[in-house]
Design a protein around this ligand. Structure first.
Ligand code: UDP
Ligand code: MG
Length: 321
C-alpha cells in the first residue's frame, strides 16, 4: 500500500500555531526565543506556520533561517505582496493540520506564555477560545477607540466578543474547516470563528506594549478593518440607513404641515435663511453618509463577484511541497 506523501515522516500535529508577519524584523528574534520553550513545555506535537505578508524589511529571511533550525516543526508561507493580517491567517488556516489551531500576533503583544491556558480551555471541550486583554497597554486613543468600537460592533453583529482586537485565539479543527469553506474576500477571523462556534469561551490575558517595531495599523487601516467587520457580519447598518431616511421624511412632513398652517395664519416668511442652510447641510451630510454605507456593501459585492484570488502565495516552505 502506498503511503500518502509525507504521512509517515510528518504525522498530523496536535497544535498548529498560525502567525502572520508583516515587517516584524525587530520582534521576530524575541518571538522565536519565547515561543519554543512554551511549546516544548506543553509536551504535545506542534507545528508553527508563519505567513510572511509581503514584508520588505527582511522578515522572510529571519523566518527561513529559523525554519532551517527547526525543519520538522516550522513552516513558512510567503505571500506575493501585502494582503492583510486576516488574509494571512486565512492562508495559514488552509495549510494548518493541527487538531487545535491557535492564532497570535508576531509582535509579542499577546504573551506566548498564555498558550497553555488556551489549550487547557480547548481541552475542557470548547471549540473556540477567545481572549480579552486586561491591563491593556496601548496608546490612550487606541484604548478608548476600541472600547467604543467593541461596544458598537457587539450591538451591530450580535456576536458578543469581549475584545475584537485580541488575536490570540484557539479554534478546533471543525471550526477551521468551516472557516476554510467560507471564501469571502474581506473577513474578520475572530468574528467568523465565533459565528460557527457552538461552545465558545473567553479567557483574560495580560497585554504588553509593543516593544519592537511599530503598529502596522494606522487610523485609516483600522477604520477599514472595522467596516469589514460590521458589513461582513450584519445588515444592520443598511437597516439603520433606511430607518434614518424614514425618520427624516416624517420630520420633514411635519415641518411642511407646520409651514403650511403658518403661512395661512401668519403669512409667508423670508427670514432664517441661514437656519435653512444649516438644516440643509445637515441633511446633506446624512445623505452622503448613507450613500457611503450603501457603497460599502456594493463595493464588497463588487469584490466578491470579480472573484480575484484573495491572496497569492509565492512559495510554501515545507517538507511536503
Ligand atoms: N500584520 C500582517 N499584515 C498586515 C498588518 C499586520 O500580517 O498588513 C500582522 C503583524 O505583523 C502582526 C499582526 O498582524 O503580527 C498584528 O499587527 P499589529 O501588531 O501591527 O497590530 P496592532 O497590534 O497594532 O493592532
Ligand atoms: Mg500589535
Amino acid at each position: 500500500m502506498l503511503l500518502q506523501a509525507g504521512q509517515e515522516r510528518n504525522p498530523k500535529p496536535e497544535i498548529s500555531l498560525v502567525i502572520p508577519v508583516y515587517n516584524e524584523r525587530e520582534s521576530l528574534p524575541f518571538l522565536f526565543e519565547r515561543l519554543l520553550p512554551v511549546l516544548e513545555e506543553l509536551g504535545r506535537s506542534y507545528e508553527i506556520l508563519f505567513i510572511d505578508d509581503g514584508s520588505v524589511d527582511g522578515s522572510l529571511a529571519l523566518l527561513l533561517a529559523f525554519r532551517e533550525e527547526h525543519r520538522s516543526t516550522v513552516r513558512v508561507i510567503e505571500f506575493n505582496g501585502n494582503f492583510g493580517q486576516h488574509m494571512a491567517i486565512t492562508a495559514g488556516f488552509r495549510c494548518s493540520r493541527g487538531r487545535i489551531v491557535i492564532t497570535m500576533d508576531a509582535d509579542l503583544q499577546n504573551p506566548p506564555e498564555e498558550i497553555p491556558n488556551l489549550v487547557a480551555a480547548m481541552d475542557a471541550g470548547h471549540d473556540t477560545v477567545g481572549t480579552y486583554r486586561v491591563g491593556r497597554r496601548d496608546p490612550f486613543f487606541r484604548k478608548i477607540a476600541s472600547k467604543v468600537i467593541n461596544g458598537i460592533t457587539n450591538r451591530i453583529t450580535g456576536l458578543n466578543l469581549r475584545d475584537y482586537g485580541c488575536m490570540l485565539r484557539a479554534y478546533s479543527g471543525n471550526i477551521i474547516a468551516l472557516i476554510n469553506e467560507s471564501a469571502e474576500s474581506t473577513t474578520f477571523i475572530p468574528a467568523l470563528g465565533r459565528k460557527f462556534s457552538v461552545s465558545p469561551t473567553e479567557i483574560a490575558i495580560s497585554h504588553t506594549e509593543r516593544e519592537h517595531g511599530t503598529s502596522k495599523y494606522g487610523l485609516f487601516k483600522l477604520i477599514r478593518l472595522n467596516f469589514d467587520l460590521m458589513t461582513g457580519f450584519s445588515l444592520i447598518p443598511l437597516q439603520v440607513v433606511t430607518m434614518l431616511g424614514l425618520l427624516v421624511a416624517t420630520l420633514s412632513l411635519l415641518f411642511v404641515a407646520y409651514l403650511g398652517v403658518r403661512r395661512l395664519v401668519v403669512g409667508p416668511e423670508a427670514e432664517g435663511v441661514f437656519t435653512l442652510m444649516n438644516v440643509n447641510f445637515f441633511l446633506m451630510g446624512i445623505t452622503m453618509f448613507c450613500v457611503g454605507i450603501v457603497g460599502e456593501y456594493i463595493g464588497r459585492i463588487y469584490q466578491e463577484v470579480r472573484r480575484r484570488p484573495r491572496f497569492v502565495i509565492r512559495k510554501v516552505y515545507d517538507d511536503e511541497a
